[in-house]
Design a protein. Structure first.
Length: 294
């Protein structure tokens, strides 16, 4: 078994800024005992500090099917907001509640909390924390090299400013496939040598307003997983792929390349401990699968 090396940690920079376009209660339309028509303007920062290595143009852009979950500080329920069709040029977008009626308790409130992407999540009013699940099985999104739905971010904003400064929750593991053995590789999997270590599953975050940090903890139990598997498309040239993992320390890892039936074509391991930090990329190196399966 060939050992792989952890090459470098690079700041992960798919950070986004959501700027609320409404600034007063006049932006709501009354409908019976509920309010509707609430929009947020989403702006992606374009400075060098926020450039990402995940896209061809070194940025991450909004898609027209992007959605976020928005919570407020007095209820456990969330409201879904999605990109208004034809409202995005990639860097900016308008998020709306689809014209659905909003309950009166949703606005005004002292604080709002957001989770990207929209997911099945719960909000704890007392601790102002969000519980969600990072999928163990991830699928490369169309036109990308990672599963966009696994790039979780969170943010908090007060009612006065209504600016969501999103913070990344996950870390990314970068794996380069230099030769895909004529398309034989369908999955890349990383597995902890210690099953007690966690790479995916349930997690809890507490967004902190106007801070570079977030409160984070993994949640032990049946939904914790010590593996992450990424389904990749057939490729003809060298390609980088990214697997999203939860922050935390793991004591040794195994990297596997599998075919469409999950049979292992090649495998590499390391007993070295590594601490995955949120908003970082961990380069696991390049692999010539063609030569390894001969």
């Amino acid at each position: 078994m060939k050992a792989f090396k952890f090459l470098s940690n690079t700041a992960l920079v798919f950070s986004l800024v959501l700027l609320a376009s409404c600034s007063s209660n006049d932006d709501f339309e009354e409908t019976g005992n509920k309010k509707q028509k609430l929009e947020f303007k989403a702006v992606i920062e374009s400075s060098d500090v926020t450039r990402a290595t995940l896209e061809g143009d070194y940025t991450v852009s909004w898609d027209e099917n992007d959605e976020i979950s928005v919570f407020c500080d007095n209820a456990e329920d969330s409201q879904a907001f999605g990109v208004t069709p034809s409202s995005t040029d990639g860097k900016t977008a308008t998020f709306t509640n689809y014209g659905e009626q909003l309950p009166l308790w949703f606005e005004p409130n002292e604080s709002y909390y957001a989770l990207y992407p929209k997911a099945s999540a719960t909000f704890n009013v007392n601790s102002a924390s969000i519980t969600a699940t990072l999928p163990t099985n991830q699928i490369v999104s169309s036109g990308r090299t990672y599963d966009k739905k696994a790039l979780f971010m969170t943010a908090c904003a007060d009612m006065e400013e209504r600016i969501f400064n999103f913070k990344n929750i996950t870390a990314l593991v970068k794996v380069t496939v230099s030769n895909n053995a004529a398309g034989k590789v369908s999955f890349i999997e990383i597995e902890c040598k210690n099953p007690a270590n966690i790479l995916s599953g349930n997690f809890k975050v507490s967004p902190l307003y106007n801070s570079s940090r977030i409160g984070y903890e993994s949640i032990s139990g049946a939904d914790k997983k010590h593996t992450v598997k990424l389904q990749i498309p057939a490729i003809e040239e060298a390609q980088d792929f990214y697997l999203a993992v939860l922050p935390g320390t793991v004591n040794g890892l195994t990297l596997k390349f599998e075919d469409g039936k999950s049979a292992v074509l090649a495998q590499h391991g390391s007993g070295k401990s590594v601490e995955f930090k949120r908003s970082k990329i961990y380069d696991f190196g390049s692999y010539d699968i063609e030569n390894e399966v001969k």
